[in-house]
Design a protein around this ligand. Structure first.
Ligand SMILES: [Zn+2]
Length: 98
């Protein structure tokens, strides 16, 4: 089928079909997933590898969340180091009219 190598281990990646009919490639030991989303990309992929979606096995890529199901995990912003003295503090003090 295809000899697209895994970027990590170099082994040929398994090609499967997404629910939308487009291909995705995966390397199960490395958990590398490559999704082909563009129609142009799918055409090129088919031309290069001879992949046929009619013959492909359908499987949902494990790391592809459904549209609109993005995790609502809030990331705490990195606390900014307090400006203690130095140029910035002097400039701020000047701006404040001190
Ligand atoms: Zn790999």
């Amino acid at each position: 089928m295809t000899a697209t190598p895994c970027p990590c281990c170099g082994a040929a990646m398994t090609v499967k079909k997404q629910k939308n009919g487009r291909p995705w490639l995966g390397c199960s030991p490395c958990k590398v997933i490559t999704l082909v989303h563009g129609a142009d990309g799918v055409a090129k992929f088919k031309a290069r590898t001879g992949w046929k979606e009619e013959e492909a096995t359908t499987a949902t890529p494990p790391a592809a969340p459904a549209a609109g199901a993005a995790p609502k995990e809030k990331k705490e912003p990195e606390p900014k180091p307090a400006a203690t003295g130095g140029h910035a503090a002097r400039r701020a003090a000047r701006r404040a009219g001190a």
